[in-house]
Ligand binder design. Structure first.
Ligand code: DGL
Length: 265
């Protein structure tokens, strides 16, 4: 394995671009190949078996492109497929669940941690597993499926979103959580409204940022990190419409989403 190869990043669609944004900030010299399975997104309402099957198809594609590491940016895909992926591929794999959980364990002061995620992630029990060794933590889980719809429609404010946020976050407040994991690729883009409802005393943990830090650590340990300044390349593949991907991607995270190419899995 050589450090000169790109990193493959997989997501169900556009949301993983929040992870790409964190990777670009923290690992600016790395070439990235991103695949968003937009034709079959959202994964959140799908069964765990279905998400696992689709995620492994996407990861197979990225491995065929010759990557030095894989990042499973999607919480639903991480929850359903990380074990199989680790058995199947020989490259280092980073996912989003454990890095976020370990950040939350360090951040909490009162031991009450919340996680909001898709239905599929909540049903998979992946966060319960991640916290199983931290016996002093009480975990409150809440599915927040409409948040994905708001983000993809470009809505980050307004009464309707505020109403949904109040409803989804009520159990988190009732449990007295002082730390909340944003356990879905899209949710960092709603940090504003989430912070508005919960206030500054609740620490928000972005799984995107934690995932990029974990990728940095894994690549450094494997001596695969590119640390010399260079103009890195970022290539975007989608299973859906390429110009839609580019348009929505740019709107969500900005200019580094250049031309996207359509593929079939
Ligand atoms: N990427 C998904 C996740 O992080 C959210 C969007 C979807 O449901 O496909 O769980």
């Amino acid at each position: 394995m050589t450090a000169h190869l790109p990193i493959g990043v997989f997501d169900s669609g556009f949301g993983g671009l929040t992870v790409v944004r964190s990777l670009v900030e923290q690992l600016p010299n790395e070439d990235l190949i991103y695949l968003g399975d937009t034709a079959r997104a959202p994964y959140g309402p799908r069964s765990i078996a279905e998400v696992r099957k689709y995620a492994l198809q996407g990861l197979d594609f990225l491995v065929e492109q010759g990557v030095k590491a894989l990042v499973i940016a999607c919480n639903s895909a991480s929850s359903a497929a990380v074990r199989d992926a680790r058995e199947r591929y020989s490259v280092p794999i980073t996912e989003v669940v454990l890095p976020a959980a370990s950040r939350a364990v360090s951040a909490t002061r009162n031991g009450s941690v919340g996680v909001i995620a898709t239905r599929s992630t909540v049903a998979s029990g992946s966060y319960d597993e991640a916290f199983a060794v931290a016996k002093h933590i009480t975990l409150t889980k809440q599915a927040a499926p409409r948040f994905v719809e708001f983000v993809e429609a470009g809505v980050t404010g307004g009464d309707e979103l505020l109403g949904a946020a109040r409803e989804y976050l009520a159990p988190i407040q009732a449990a007295g959580c002082d730390t909340l994991i944003l356990g879905c690729t899209h949710y960092p883009l709603l940090s504003g409204v989430i912070n508005f409802v919960l206030g500054n005393s609740v620490t928000l943990v972005s799984s995107a940022e934690a995932c990029a830090q974990s990728t940095y650590g894994q690549l450094t340990q494997a001596m695969l990190l590119r640390h010399q300044p260079r103009a890195a390349t970022r290539t975007f593949y989608t299973t859906g419409d390429a110009s839609d991907f580019q348009g929505i991607g740019r709107r969500l995270v900005g200019g580094f989403v250049t031309d996207a190419r359509r593929i079939t899995l």
